[in-house]
Design a binder for this molecule. Structure first.
Ligand code: ADP
Length: 295
């Protein structure tokens, strides 16, 4: 099954153009949609999930048209929205059972089977009788993914799943996502580069409502035209280096600043060439840096 997004545009009533002619063709496996805050990711996720309609363009999954065939979409979709509200006074098993009914699974023993299997898979079965208000951020996210897996969905959308998780929780969440079969489409929307580099075999970078880059991470990295250079600089030199060079990223390191620069040749004495990573691809794309000569 393929998810085909064809020339989708969306302008909100406040005149914000959240999506501009977005086209993507996505097959089975894990697809990363990477972009800064405000890029239009959630708008696209909500549109794919049939929760809001595009102004122009179309979205289909197999032979299901997302805007006209909402019931068929609901049957194959698992969705973990960015804001996942949980009723704090209800226990995990109670809400899970309710959501299973909402998904159309009425038979009681089937519901019990689904709850046991998915809450065990997400390591929550032992907490099933606890109220959701007592759950940690990581547990809530795991509950979110468990409910998104109800009814064996063919398309799973997770919107900013690891924002707010600590590194251990994020790692656990990544392992959980990577266990979802290869025979479904999983779209992971995120502004965190590691989410994509750890998990996704295909990716797109979106900014200002437009798709800037699409492909397989390894191939895209090879396509970076310039070279990546790293070095340590004094804090006082940071501003001038940022001005004079194509700065991809920087971080403090032992009282100095470690910078990554994009350049055709060694930009500063003492700098070392480094292998390109998805982070370089991301920052050079959203900052429009990698403008090499077209060959
Ligand atoms: P992301 O998920 O990448 O952070 P969003 O899709 O949430 O991006 O937002 C894209 C743009 O659309 C932003 O400028 C945001 O402020 C705007 N936006 C999002 N939702 C609405 C809305 N319901 N009404 C008006 N503007 C919105």
């Amino acid at each position: 099954m393929r998810l085909v997004i064809d020339n989708v545009s969306k302008t909100y009533t406040n005149n914000v153009e959240a999506l501009k002619n977005v086209s993507l063709d996505i097959g089975n496996g894990m697809f990363g949609l990477l972009g800064p805050n405000g890029a239009g990711k959630s708008t696209l996720m909500r549109t794919i999930a049939g929760l809001q309609d595009a102004d122009r363009g179309s979205i289909s999954i197999g032979d299901i048209n997302v805007s006209t065939d909402k019931q068929a979409l609901r049957e194959i979709l698992g969705y973990l929205p960015q804001e996942f509200g949980l009723y704090p006074k209800v226990t995990a098993i109670e809400l899970f059972d309710h959501l299973t009914v909402m998904k159309g699974i009425i038979d009681k023993s089937e519901r019990e089977k689904s709850a046991k299997s998915l809450l065990t898979q997400t390591n929550l079965w032992k907490y099933r009788n606890r109220k959701l208000g007592t759950f940690s951020g990581g547990m809530k996210q795991r509950f979110g993914i468990a409910q998104a897996l109800i009814g064996d969905p063919k398309l799973i959308i997770v919107d900013e799943p690891t924002a707010g998780l600590d590194p251990t929780e994020r790692n656990r969440f990544h392992n959980l996502l990577s266990e979802i079969g290869e025979n479904v489409i999983v779209i992971l929307s995120t502004h965190i580069v590691e989410d994509v580099s750890d998990l996704c075999s295909h990716m797109a970078i979106i900014k200002d409502g437009q798709v800037k880059l699409i492909g397989e991470p390894l191939g895209l990295i090879k396509g970076i035209k310039k070279q990546i250079w790293t070095g340590l600089i004094e804090k006082k030199d940071y501003k001038s280096i940022k001005k004079e060079h194509q700065l991809i990223s920087s971080k403090l390191y032992m009282g100095k600043v470690q910078v990554r620069l994009l350049n055709d040749s060694k930009p500063i004495e003492g700098f070392k060439q480094s292998n390109a990573e998805i982070e370089d691809l991301y920052f050079s794309t959203i900052n429009d840096l990698d403008k090499g000569d077209e060959d």
